[in-house]
Design a protein. Structure first.
Length: 277
C-alpha cells in the first residue's frame, strides 16, 4: 500500500517511534528525536540527529524550527505538551499502545504512513515468530510467579504488553498490569521472581536498597536471589526491541533453559546480600 502523502521530515518525541523508523528503514527521514531515543537507537548519535524535548515536555518552538511534516509522540502526555505539539502546526500522530496487538498495529500504521508497508509487515512477523518460538520452548508445568514493575515510588506494575511477554517466557504475571500497588501487597503475593524496569532509569535500579526499604528480605524471590533489573528500554519501549526484553525475561524466569544476556542485572551482584561462607 502506498500512502498518498509520505512524510520526509519526521520529529519523534518517543523512543518507540524512533526504533520503529529504524526497523522499517526510514531513519533518513528523522529530522529530530529525544535524548532517550539516542539511548535506545545508537544510529541517532552516529548521524548527529537533532535532539528535542519528549512527549511529556514538548516545545512548539523547537518543533517549528525543524519544519517537520510529521510529529510522532506517545503516552504519557501532558495536556500542555499536546497543545505545544498542535501549536507547531505539523501533522501529529499519537500512539497509546497497551498490548502486543496494539504495538503490532502501530508498527504497521507507521510503516504505511512512511510508504514502507511491506517492511512493517515483515517486522511484525519477525516479532510474532520470536514470541511464538519462545512459547514453544517454555511450554511446560513450571511457571514461576513474576512481579514486574515499571516504577518504584509509587509502585506501578508493568504494562499489559510486558505481562504478555512474561507469559510467553514461561511465567505468571503477578497483579494487574499498569496498576499501582504497594510493597505490602506484593510481599503477600510471595512472587518467585521480582523484576524491575523503571522508566528512564536504564539498568540503574538500586536492587539491594529497595529490598531493604520494602522489608522484602524474607520474600521467596529475595531468598533465592531471583531479583533482577532489566534495562528500561528493553521492556518499556513498545517496539521491536521488546524481543531483547523477552530474552532477558526468559533468563530471569527460566535460567535452567536460557542463557544470561545483556541488559539484565541480578541482586546476586550486590556484595551485602551475598551469603556468608
Amino acid at each position: 500500500m502506498t500512502s498518498a502523502y509520505t512524510p520526509s521530515r519526521v520529529v519523534s518525541l518517543q523512543p518507540s517511534a524512533t526504533v520503529i523508523l529504524a526497523a522499517i528503514g526510514k531513519l533518513d527521514c528523522l529530522a529530530a528525536c529525544t535524548k532517550y531515543c539516542a539511548d535506545v537507537c545508537p544510529e541517532v548519535k552516529e548521524r548527529g540527529i537533532a535532539i528535542v524535548s519528549d512527549s511529556w515536555t514538548a516545545d512548539s518552538k523547537q518543533i517549528t524550527q525543524l519544519h517537520p511534516d510529521l510529529v510522532i509522540a506517545a503516552v504519557p502526555y501532558q495536556e500542555k505538551s499536546v497543545g505545544e505539539i498542535l501549536k507547531s502546526g505539523a501533522r501529529f500522530f499519537g500512539l497509546a499502545p497497551r498490548t502486543l496487538a496494539d504495538i503490532y498495529g502501530d508498527i504497521e500504521l507507521i510503516a504505511r504512513l512512511m510508504d514502507a508497508a511491506e517492511r512493517g509487515i515483515a517486522v511484525v512477523a519477525q516479532m510474532r515468530n520470536a514470541i511464538d518460538a519462545m512459547r514453544v520452548v517454555t511450554r511446560g508445568p513450571s511457571r514461576p510467579r513474576v512481579y514486574c514493575e515499571e516504577w518504584g515510588n509509587p509502585l506501578i506494575m508493568s504494562q499489559p504488553w510486558v505481562a504478555e511477554l512474561i507469559e510467553a517466557a514461561g511465567g505468571q504475571f503477578v497483579g494487574e498490569p499498569g496498576k499501582q500497588t504497594t510493597a505490602e501487597a506484593i510481599l503477600k503475593e510471595a512472587p518467585d521472581v521480582v523484576i524491575t524496569a523503571w522508566c528512564g532509569a536504564g539498568d540503574r535500579v538500586p536492587l539491594e536498597r529497595i529490598v531493604g526499604l520494602r522489608n522484602w528480605e524474607n520474600m521467596t524471590a529475595v531468598q533465592q536471589r531471583r531479583v533482577f533489573c532489566i534495562s528500561d528500554e528493553l521492556l518499556n519501549t513498545p517496539a521491536p526491541t521488546l524481543i531483547n526484553g523477552l530474552r532477558a525475561l526468559a533468563f530471569a524466569i527460566h535460567p535452567e533453559i536460557f542463557p544470561h544476556c545483556s541488559g539484565l542485572r541480578s541482586i546476586t551482584d550486590v556484595p551485602t546480600l551475598q551469603k556468608e561462607g
